[in-house]
Design a protein around this ligand. Structure first.
Ligand code: NAP
Length: 283
């Protein structure tokens, strides 16, 4: 039995493996402090996801952010999964309502919110690069908002299956130099820190795309975004999506609006400091 003298803070958690690089703890802790919520946000490097999910009830954890590689696996252990998360096939947010675990996906809605800040989605064409979880969330967001996507992926089998699910065409990377779209979205990890520097779609004339969006936010300016800028495209990093998906998690857990500008500011500051460190170490 808990002693009445101990006031337990609300506990939120991140389940993934690895989690050491994640900026979610910084973003969430900053938000709770500013919102005056006495809460802990704890990253767990999970070894046994089933046991970890049982721990949510056992420890009365109010909400969990789920990251790689568990976004699909967790679905089997939840009491309910929201329709969008089911269609995407991935849960990135768990809400504990009195011991009942509910799954949601705020990756798609975070991306939709971010894209709508800078462009029209309805009626526009989108080339989505990749066939993993982020690509699924992007395709769901685009189709739901009335856009017309197609998939480019290195794996024909995965890419065709994914495109089939969302009722759109698939193209291999070879030959994609002839394709064009209003917006190209990189939903692969190519170009991400610490490996960095890679180009997810070499041999393509980026000026064929009005917008180039990279879902990666570390580094903020990937090689793809740098080359897209040089080619005259408008560009967007994954930072806005990251902030919006996190703020939407907080809304699901607490019912309250999170301080998005502040969250963005601290994450941006950390990314810029890391960038400066990297440049300093190179010189
Ligand atoms: P994932 O499920 O592992 O899928 C990765 C996809 O990229 C797979 O289709 C994979 O192809 C493809 N890929 C990997 N390496 C490649 C390469 N060298 N060349 C071509 N394709 C390659 O990962 P995810 O969850 O979708 O995440 C993808 C990216 O989105 C990550 O960088 C992640 O940080 C970012 N993301 C950002 C946010 C945000 O809030 N901004 C949220 C979610 C994800 P195969 O299937 O053939 O292996």
């Amino acid at each position: 039995m808990c002693r009445a003298t101990i006031t337990q803070k609300e506990i939120y958690a991140l389940f993934g493996n690895p989690v050491g690089h994640s900026l979610s703890p910084l973003m969430h802790r900053t938000a709770y402090e500013a919102m005056g919520i006495e809460a802990l946000y704890v990253p767990f490097c999970v070894r046994d996801i089933e046991a970890a999910l049982r721990g949510i009830r056992g420890l009365d954890i109010r909400g969990v952010s789920v990251t790689l590689p568990f976004k699909t696996e967790v679905m089997a252990w939840l009491d309910s999964v929201d329709g969008a998360a089911r269609a995407i096939g991935a849960v990135n947010t768990i809400v504990n309502r009195g011991g009942g675990l509910e799954g949601f996906n705020t990756d798609w809605s975070g991306l939709a919110e971010d894209l709508k800040e800078c462009m029209e989605i309805e009626g526009k064409t989108f080339a989505v690069l990749g066939a993993g979880g982020a690509a699924r969330a992007a395709l769901y967001a685009i189709v739901r908002e009335g856009g017309r996507p197609f998939v480019i992926s290195r794996s024909r089998e995965k890419g065709e299956a994914l495109a089939g699910e969302f009722g759109c065409p698939w193209h291999p990377p070879a030959g994609s130099g002839r394709l064009d779209a209003d917006c190209l979205i990189n939903a692969t990890p190519v170009g991400m820190a610490p490996a960095g520097e890679g180009m997810p779609l070499p041999d393509v004339d980026l000026s064929r795309f009005g917008w180039v969006v990279d879902l990666i936010y570390n580094p903020l300016k990937t090689k793809l975004l740098a080359e897209a800028q040089a080619a005259g495209c408008a560009t967007r990093s994954g930072l806005g999506m990251f902030i919006h998906q996190g703020a939407q998690q907080i809304k699901l857990w607490t019912g309250l609006e999170a301080p998005r500008s502040l969250m963005r500011e601290v994450v941006l500051e950390k990314l810029e400091a890391d960038d400066r460190d990297k440049t300093h170490r190179k010189t």
